[in-house]
Design a protein around this ligand. Structure first.
Ligand SMILES: [Zn+2]
Ligand SMILES: [Zn+2]
Length: 195
């Protein structure tokens, strides 16, 4: 879900300048449209009274959003018949008469899709992240390739040196062999030959 812009009013439902209300302040988190007969909980979360009653059916006595306990508040509000925040309800009817009318007439309005309330589309953030990630992956891949090339080069050099040493050694062995042969022959020559 796209993050919703809300004014600070939402946090202080109970002592608020209702003239400053914006539509996002008065949307019910349950039915996602304008609050009808709003119930303002002590935690400042607000619900339509019918939506709130719906969640209260399982008698959890907690705020459906933040789960704080509202048992004693609820008992008191019901006893005093002050469950509906009349002041807020009047302000909503006053400021958003059309939306209230539509809602009461059963016309669904999807307030979530209003372009101005969307700070950034989730997809955009993901796209940015993916582009950044691709860049990093590419850099990492290039670095790996460079490392591999460098080590291949090193191995090649070592091998060349080894080959060289081997060649030298072989050459030396050959020479030694020849020397030995010569010496051997020499020895033979030096030996008295008896025919
Ligand atoms: Zn509702
Ligand atoms: Zn709450």
């Amino acid at each position: 879900m796209a993050p919703r812009r809300t004014s600070k009013i939402l946090k202080t439902f109970n002592k608020v300048d209702y003239k400053a209300l914006i539509l996002n302040d008065v949307l019910c988190p349950i039915c996602r449209s304008i609050l009808i007969e709003p119930v303002s909980l002590p935690c400042s979360h607000g619900f339509c009274s019918s939506c709130f009653d719906g969640t209260m059916e399982n008698a959890n006595l907690v705020c459906p959003l933040c789960r704080i306990r509202i048992g004693s508040w609820l008992r008191k509000a019901k006893k005093e018949a002050k469950l509906v925040n009349e002041e807020l309800w009047n302000a909503i009817k006053d400021k958003f008469p059309q939306q209230v009318k539509n809602k009461l007439n059963g016309i669904d309005e999807d307030f979530e899709e209003e372009p101005e309330i969307i700070v950034s589309y989730p997809g955009e953030i993901r796209k940015e992240y993916q582009i950044q990630k691709q860049k990093e992956d590419e850099e990492f891949r290039k670095k790996c390739e460079a490392d591999i090339r460098a080590s291949e080069e090193l191995i090649r050099k070592i091998k060349e040196e080894e080959d060289f040493e081997k060649a030298v050694l072989e050459e030396k062995l050959k020479l030694d062999e020849q020397v030995a042969k010569k010496i051997g022959r020499g020895i033979c020559v030096d030996q008295p030959i008896n025919f």
